[in-house]
Design a protein around this ligand. Sequence first.
Ligand code: G3P
Length: 229
Amino acid sequence: GDGRKKEFDIKIKCMIYLADTANIDEIKELFNYFPMEGVTTNPNILSHEQKSLSTVIPLIQECIKDKMLHIQTISHLAEDILQEAKRYRDYFNLGDNYYVKIPVTKEGYKAIRLVKDAGMKVTATAIFTQQQALIAAKAGADFVAPYVNRLDNISSHGIDVVRDIVETFKSYQLNCKVLGASFKNVDQIYRVSMVGCHAVTASYEVLDAIMKHPMTDKGVIDFEKDGKH
Ligand code: G3P
């Protein structure tokens, strides 16, 4: 029996925004004001909160309800990654909104298949090339997460990698979606949205910055002033 090929057809008509943070105040504010679709975490992000995973995940769940929750595994071997993913699923009572984030190491590629076989969804992460993304998608990943700013910082071009991955998935009609990650400025998000990136995950600071403009604030001040007459 092939429990595999449980296809989760994630329908994304327009780019979705996720919060790359485990800070509860930030998550609360973002989800209160903006059309957010989920939260992504990784060990770096969690270490900033000085709280254990078992404390922070339930708090995040409370804020985001059934929106997507991507939790990274830290095990090295494929079998251990699978066990870790199952542990989180069972301990936090995670459902269909749970995505197992797996870095694309050699063991990681194998783990993608194992986790999919076990009926869970996968976000392949720490992607730096089109080929890593294609192989992760073939292994069964539902999302791939290319690191845009980290590419830009080594004199590569995150935007080109994202565009290549989007085009590749389109031309081979793969169901896998591109979740752009690692953003440090507004322009990086603008550019990936212009090449059909399906989703982005960004920090509170970057998300806050993409939603405002000083001319909007000035316009509103002027409206208010004249509105008083
Ligand atoms: O989601 C990936 C992200 O957290 C990595 O971002 O800023 O550490 O490159 P950064």
